[in-house]
Ligand binder design. Sequence first.
Ligand code: NDP
Length: 289
Amino acid sequence: MTPSGLSATFPDTTAGLKATVTLNDGTRMPWVGLGVWQIAGDTQTEKSVRTGIELGYRSIDTARIYGNERGVGQAIKRCGVPREELFITTKVWNDDVRAGRVEAACEKSLSLLGLDYLDLYLVHWPIAGKIVEAWKAMERLQRGGRVRTIGVSNHLRPHLDELLGAAEIAPAVNQIEFHPYLQSKPLVEFCEAKTIRAEAWSPLMQGGDVLKDATLVEVAKRHGKSVAQIILRWDVQRGVVTIPKSTKPHRLAENAAIFDFQLTEKEMFAVDALDRNQRVGPDPLNFGF
Ligand code: NDP
């Protein structure tokens, strides 16, 4: 068996940060984007996002709960790159899902971002008893044109089964915790089978232990790259969209420089073999918020 997704989805990444994957509804999404969780305040958020855009990032991943949509919006307004060249993702938070306010929450996010449409809107977490209701609202948002593409986040197999059982539009994306120590292979394979593109959150495990992993250090040395670059390259090479976060310009540049080398099949297998089902974030089957 080849590493999951490798043969079927090996991307043409010659366009660098502008390289895109075509989602199941025909929308094109950059393989690598910039995550902005834990970037505090509008000023710092605007600064990081503008630096990212100057370095070539075109995809930005925020969420209502991050509290920085306004800062992302300021960066979009002032960066000088046409809106249609950017790919903006935000997410509906759990309170709004529980209260049946998905569409109103989308309008609020659009207003904070200063946009008239989103490229991707995600249901942030699967809320028991609300999965189908939330998804129906997402479908209405897409049909109404406020959102180009709709997807989910943190949805495991049981959540997807429930959603797909009632969906008229399949999610285009499932954004999940994904890094060499948490690969969720059956879930990613299920998403592939259903044409739902997996997207990695905390791809660098939030800067944790994985960056010191001996196998990854060895692969990195062989390529003259950092461990972070090996992980991000592994993501796209196995067909998973990735959104590393950094506020540091040199790391933003480092995380973008993954398009001038390739991992061999043997190296892909070596990274695949590091899976240890280790989460850094909450378990979608048991979260308390
Ligand atoms: P990441 O795995 O992207 O790691 C970010 C951390 O790693 C930061 O502390 C950063 O520090 C550091 N870092 C970044 N680049 C490097 C590098 N090249 N070398 C060493 N350290 C580095 O974690 P996130 O949790 O931020 O995940 C990425 C994005 O995913 C989020 O920003 C958010 O958009 C999304 N997300 C979605 C979730 C969901 O439920 N859907 C949950 C969590 C995240 P510094 O900034 O100082 O460079």
